[in-house]
Ligand binder design. Structure first.
Ligand code: PLP
Length: 286
C-alpha cells in the first residue's frame, strides 16, 4: 500500500523514521483515524478540528491546512482502494520528531514527523436488528491517565484495557471511574437508551470527544429522540434498555452483554435500528 511520510507518498514498506522519534520513545504525538466507504470520508472536518486541538494541547507547532489534508487523505484512500477494498481507514499521525537528548522536556527546533497510512476497515453492517446478534463487552475500572480528551499516540493504557476484552472473548471493554461512573470504552464512546431517551457521558478529561459520538448525537436529534449528556453509573448502564458503543471503525455497535450481565432481553433494540438507519444514510453529509 501507499503511505505518506513527511511530504512524500511512499510504499508503506519503504517508509522509515528515526528510532529517536519522540513518538517512538515517549508516545509524544497525536493521531486521528478517518473512516471512508466507497471512497467517501466520514467526518473529515470534525477529525481535522480535533487533530488541531490535540496538537495545540501538547504544543506541537504545526498548522493544518484543511484543503491540503483533504487532498492527502483522499489520495491515500484512492491509491489504496485496489489493494484494500472499498472500506478504508486512514491513520494520521504527527509526533514531535527526533531528538538526540533523551530528555523529557519538549525540545526546541525539531521537525515533527508526519505520517499517514491506509488500512482495511470491516464493511458496514445493515441497520437491521433481526440479523444483528449484538456484541458482548468486558467491564473494568478505568486505569488510564487523566487526559483522555487528548487523542495521544501513548495508548498503552487503552491497549491493556482492550486486551482484557480479547482474553474474555468480548468486543471491547467499557470503563468506569472511582465513582462507578462510565467514562467510555478503551477505543469507543458509550450511549445508553432508557425509556425512549438517550444518554451519554458529558465531555471532560475522562473521555475522548469521539467524532462518531458527535455524529450519533446529530442523528438522535434527527430521529426526535431526546439526548442528555450526563453521568451514567455502572448500575444505570446495566439497567439500560439498550447500550451502544461508537467509534470510527465500529460505527454504532449494539451491546447485549456487559461484564457477563445481559442487557435488557439480550437482543439488539429498536432504537439502535432507528438511529443507525439514519446514521447510515447521513454519515457522509454530516
Ligand atoms: N474513545 C477512545 C479512547 C478512542 O480511542 C476512540 C477512537 O478510536 C473513540 C473513543 C471514538 O472516537 P471516534 O468516534 O472519533 O473514532
Amino acid at each position: 500500500t501507499i503511505a505518506y511520510l513527511n511530504g512524500e507518498f511512499v510504499p508503506l514498506e519503504q517508509a522509515r523514521i528515526s528510532p529517536l522519534d519522540r513518538g517512538f520513545l515517549f508516545g509524544d504525538g497525536i493521531y486521528e483515524v478517518i473512516p471512508s466507504y466507497q471512497g467517501k470520508m466520514v467526518g473529515f472536518n470534525q477529525h481535522m478540528a480535533r487533530f488541531a486541538n490535540g496538537l495545540a494541547a501538547i504544543e506541537i507547532d504545526f498548522s493544518i491546512d484543511k484543503d491540503e489534508w483533504r487532498t492527502l487523505v483522499q489520495r491515500l484512500i484512492d491509491d489504496n482502494r485496489e489493494t484494500l477494498g472499498d472500506n478504508i481507514g486512514v491513520y494520521l499521525h504527527i509526533s514531535r520528531g527526533a531528538d538526540t537528548r533523551r530528555f523529557h522536556a519538549y525540545p526546541e527546533g525539531v521537525t515533527p514527523t508526519v505520517f499517514g497510512f491506509a488500512f482495511a476497515l470491516s464493511a458496514p453492517v445493515k441497520a437491521d436488528r433481526s440479523i444483528h446478534p449484538g456484541a458482548s463487552v468486558s467491564l473494568a475500572e478505568d486505569l488510564r491517565w487523566e487526559r483522555c480528551h487528548i487523542k495521544s499516540t501513548a495508548l498503552l493504557g487503552n491497549v491493556m484495557h482492550f486486551q482484557q476484552s480479547v482474553k474474555e472473548g468480548n468486543a471491547e471493554t467499557i470503563l468506569y471511574n472511582h465513582q462507578h461512573e462510565i467514562t467510555e470504552a478503551s477505543s469507543s464512546n458509550v450511549f445508553i437508551i432508557k425509556n425512549g431517551e438517550a444518554f451519554t457521558p458529558p465531555l471532560d478529561n475522562q473521555l475522548l470527544p469521539g467524532i462518531t459520538r458527535m455524529l450519533v448525537i446529530e442523528c438522535l436529534a434527527m430521529a426526535g429522540i431526546p439526548l442528555t449528556e450526563k453521568v451514567i453509573t455502572v448500575d444505570e448502564l446495566l439497567a439500560a434498555d439498550e447500550v451502544w458503543i461508537t467509534s470510527s471503525g465500529k460505527e454504532m455497535l449494539p451491546i447485549v452483554s456487559v461484564g457477563g450481565q445481559q442487557i435488557s432481553n439480550g437482543k439488539v433494540g429498536p432504537v439502535w435500528e432507528q438511529v443507525f438507519t439514519i446514521y447510515s444514510e447521513q454519515k457522509f453529509v454530516l
